[in-house]
Ligand binder design. Structure first.
Ligand SMILES: CC(C)(COP(=O)(O)OP(=O)(O)OC[C@H]1O[C@@H](n2cnc3c(N)ncnc32)[C@H](O)[C@@H]1OP(=O)(O)O)[C@@H](O)C(=O)NCCC(=O)NCCS
Length: 176
């Protein structure tokens, strides 16, 4: 398995991977999958400020999954907090791809000077909770019945991981 930054050439596969999870799962609260143009715009919006968007590829070039990190909320004081997003091709789940990909993303987000990473786990998905717990994320709250999809009320679970020095020292530069 190899990890590398996503490029516009990956957009079709990323759109297909995410589309499956939008249609069949509850990790995303989108109901209608985005098309390739939407996804290309999302990729540009993440990579524009220098945030990481990684893909995992098999040795024969198949895209196995992707993960990105973006500022948790837009307002300036959130400058050092990112939210992650990770999707593994549906028929490649449970084979270690998610764990390796999220580990690589944590490293890349730390290099971007983020100090905290938040996982916003739609549908309180057990696989996602297990993945984040396995990488050291701590439970940080649960909002009950805030989503509605596939005729079910959905809880959202928050988990949090300090990155690098976390909150033990101030940032090199205060947010403008
Ligand atoms: C959640 C997801 C990214 C995990 O990736 P994955 O490649 O399937 O997970 P891995 O095989 O790397 O397993 C990671 C850990 O989670 C555990 N795990 C994986 N699937 C699990 C499941 N269905 N139930 C319970 N634990 C599970 C594994 O045992 C492993 O823990 P360990 O290292 O302590 O043994 C993937 O299943 C996925 O894309 N799901 C749909 C979208 C989604 O929920 N994305 C997260 C949005 S926040």
């Amino acid at each position: 398995m190899q990890f590398r930054p996503a490029t516009p050439a990956d957009v079709a596969e990323i759109t297909a991977i995410y589309g499956h999870h939008v249609r069949h799962g509850t990790a995303s609260y989108e109901i209608d999958p985005p098309d390739k143009a939407d996804m290309a715009a999302r990729l540009a919006r993440i990579q524009g400020p220098g945030w990481p968007w990684l893909v995992a590829a098999s040795s024969d070039g198949e895209l196995l999954g992707y993960a990105y990190a973006s500022q948790f909320r837009d307002r300036a004081a959130y400058r050092f907090v990112c939210e992650n997003s990770i999707y593994v091709r549906h028929n490649r789940r449970g084979q270690g791809v998610g764990k390796a990909l999220l580990s690589a993303l944590i490293e890349a987000a730390t290099a971007c000077r983020f100090r905290q990473m938040i996982a916003v786990i739609g549908g309180a998905e057990p696989a996602s909770i297990a993945l984040h717990a396995a990488l050291g994320f701590s439970p940080a709250g649960r909002l009950e019945a805030i989503g509605r999809k596939h005729s079910r009320w959905l809880d959202t679970v928050y988990m949090q991981l300090p990155l690098g020095p976390g909150s033990s020292v101030p940032p090199e530069q205060e947010p403008a």
